[in-house]
Write a protein that binds this ligand. Structure first.
Ligand code: EZ4
Ligand code: CO
Length: 405
């Protein structure tokens, strides 16, 4: 089966998504997600200008060789743009192989290790009360696990909500340039334990709770913060410090028993090496879209399993339904799957463009048996949603110093 064409689509049905389509001479096509929030056009150019010319006429069944060719063969390895581009191609090739075999991708990975995929949702309030009412409504929807975030008093414009609730800090900004927010570590670390104290008071310990620090602390600040959160028995504390220096996590894990998660921005197995080999984390957040696709994620999951690290893939609204489906096929297979982040799909606009094999039922995602990844993409409909340049906010300290996001 030969690759005859590769197209790249960039659309904004609520969020910007980069979609790769590979066509073959047997009429089977595959879809991949290559979305890189805030840097989408770099990936579009990478696939169109640099990858496409090399793959036309090549054998669509050679997934592993194609992955190695794009990774080792270009000399410049790794990096988020390169790996998102490779992910788009890799997912599309798995989709093609599944369709050719009339099997869902999880069957090609080794079959199901579980029936359904446990997920966690997000409660993000402007104050503790609002976060608690969001937690309540997620619980009523069936969620068994919820990540709690809350605007910190005295810094309402940051790390919670930006005023109007549509502009929650993780969403792309509708402004033409990145909004800037002020960060204050002292206010943050003094406030968040109160949020969890209230949640355990009201909801008890029958629901799993999580929290994302978004890399904003130093290792020793993070260790102290984690110790303070220990009584609230979080499922995990995410990204307490940046992970470029992996040994920062040694300091944290030597001081606290709180389970730590990291890795949503990692794009190579090498980014995980010390964290996993030293068992400094309990959960790995890597996801197919930013890690180079399904081919490397299978290896990453197996490597993590050797060290009792479980997979908890990144599942933000800036991963397309194709990326979510790729994660789901990996999750249903991986013996060491833990939990999937899932905040729902982006409403009618997104559902008009993408159909997907996932359904939320009582705190779990189910995955249909459609061949391949099970996603479809309406190219005509997608034209109604042109790309809009958008950025995540940036953080600064009160004196203007640029801080980790
Ligand atoms: O802020 O994907 O745990 N989830 C997250 C995400 C990230 C966004 C950045 O593009 O931290 O929602
Ligand atoms: Co995160």
């Amino acid at each position: 089966m030969k690759i005859t064409d590769i197209s790249v689509f960039i659309n904004c049905p609520n969020r910007n998504f980069v979609t790769v389509k590979i066509e073959t001479d047997e009429g089977i096509y595959g879809l991949g997600d290559a979305t890189l929030n805030g840097r989408e056009m770099a990936v579009v150019a990478y696939v169109k200008e640099h990858i496409k010319p090399c793959l036309i006429g090549k054998n669509a069944h050679k997934i592993e060789d194609t992955w190695q060719y794009l990774y080792k063969g270009c000399y410049w390895r790794r990096g988020p743009v390169t790996m998102a581009a490779i992910a788009g191609i890799d997912m599309a090739l798995w989709d093609i192989k599944g369709k050719a075999a009339s099997l869902p991708v999880y069957q090609l990975l080794g079959g199901k290790s579980r029936d359904k995929i446990k997920v966690y949702g997000h409660a993000n309030g402007k104050d503790i009360q609002e976060t608690m009412s969001q937690l309540q409504s997620l619980k009523e929807k069936g969620y068994k696990a919820v990540r709690l975030q809350c605007a910190v008093p005295g810094m309402e414009s940051t790390y919670g909500i930006l005023g109007d609730k549509k502009d929650y800090y993780e969403l792309q900004s509708s402004r033409s340039l990145p909004p800037e927010q002020i960060w204050d570590t002292t206010k943050y670390v003094n406030f968040i334990p109160k949020l969890f104290d209230e949640a355990r008071d009201i909801f008890g310990f029958g629901i799993e709770l999580l929290h994302d620090v978004h890399n904003r602390l130093t290792p020793r600040e993070a260790a102290g913060f984690a110790k303070e959160l220990e009584p609230y028995k979080l499922l995990f504390l995410e990204d307490p410090v940046p992970a470029e220096n992996q040994s920062s996590y040694k300091i944290i894990s030597e001081h606290t028993t709180i389970p730590i998660a990291a890795g949503e921005t990692f794009n190579s197995i090498w980014d995980t090496k010390e964290l996993i080999e030293n068992q400094w984390i309990e959960y790995l957040r890597m996801a197919a879209t930013h890690a180079g696709g399904i081919t490397p994620m299978k290896k990453v999951a197996d490597f993590a399993a050797v060290h009792q690290v479980r997979m908890a893939p990144h599942g933000p609204p800036d991963i397309s339904p194709i990326g979510h489906a790729a994660n789901a096929h990996l999750n249903i297979w991986a013996p060491n799957f833990g939990i999937q982040e899932f905040v729902g799909f982006g409403g009618d606009d997104m559902n008009a463009v993408f159909s997907h094999p996932l359904a939320f039922e009582d705190g779990y995602l189910t995955l249909s048996d459609k061949p391949g990844l099970g996603v479809d993409f309406d190219e005509q409909k997608a034209k109604e949603y042109p790309y809009k340049r958008a950025y995540l906010p940036v953080s600064r300290l009160g004196d203007g110093t640029l801080w980790d996001w």
